[in-house]
Design a protein around this ligand. Sequence first.
Ligand code: B16
Ligand code: MG
Length: 215
Amino acid sequence: ERKGFIFDLDGVIVDTAKYHYLAWKKLANELGFEFTLKQNELFKGVSRKRCLEILLEIGNINASQEQFDQWMVEKNEDYLHYIEKMNASEILPDVPKVLEFLKNRKLPIALGSASKNAKPILEKVGLLSYFDVIVDGNNVTKAKPDPEVFLIASSNLGVEPINCVVFEDAVAGIQAANTAGMVSVGIGDSKTLHEANYNFRDFREISIEFLNTLI
Ligand code: B16
Ligand code: MG
């Protein structure tokens, strides 16, 4: 059976969480409250809309729909400004090694991300051409842990869910992969991501031997 490989973006391929943090912190400070790095953990893998809802809960702020939409736009404009100069130096360690391994064996590769900015980011860091399929925040209606994003990726790849392998750094992402019936590989803290089928701190820990067991 042909296998397919699905990668999350933020926290797996690049560390855009720090730029999301700067943009959310700027908005929080403008609204008169603090937003910490620890609180930012709650935002990983979560949609932009849900992030703003949580941020306003933290700041105890009520907003009209119009005001809410305006802050969404403002946050994204600031975020786009922070990521403007991203380049290949921001690719997380050994990600190209794994993508190259898969490409050389003609195995299909997809992106499965909650971000609406996924494509320009892949372009900036020079990895866009590796991806046969991109499913991102523009294509999904239900956020992780709902499996929708990975199921669309599997369908677009033409690979059965049971033959897909997902690399994820967020708990909700691991749960989405598991619910989809896919093989889940946790990238990050193994205690946090204990629901994953396999755990690695980062791609440097992933050997060619291990990859060979997946294909
Ligand atoms: P955007 P992932 C997620 O990316 C981020 O982890 C999350 O913090 C962010 O809010 C979300 O994308 C939406 O991003 O505002 O660019 O549409 O981990 O699913 O690749
Ligand atoms: Mg992520």
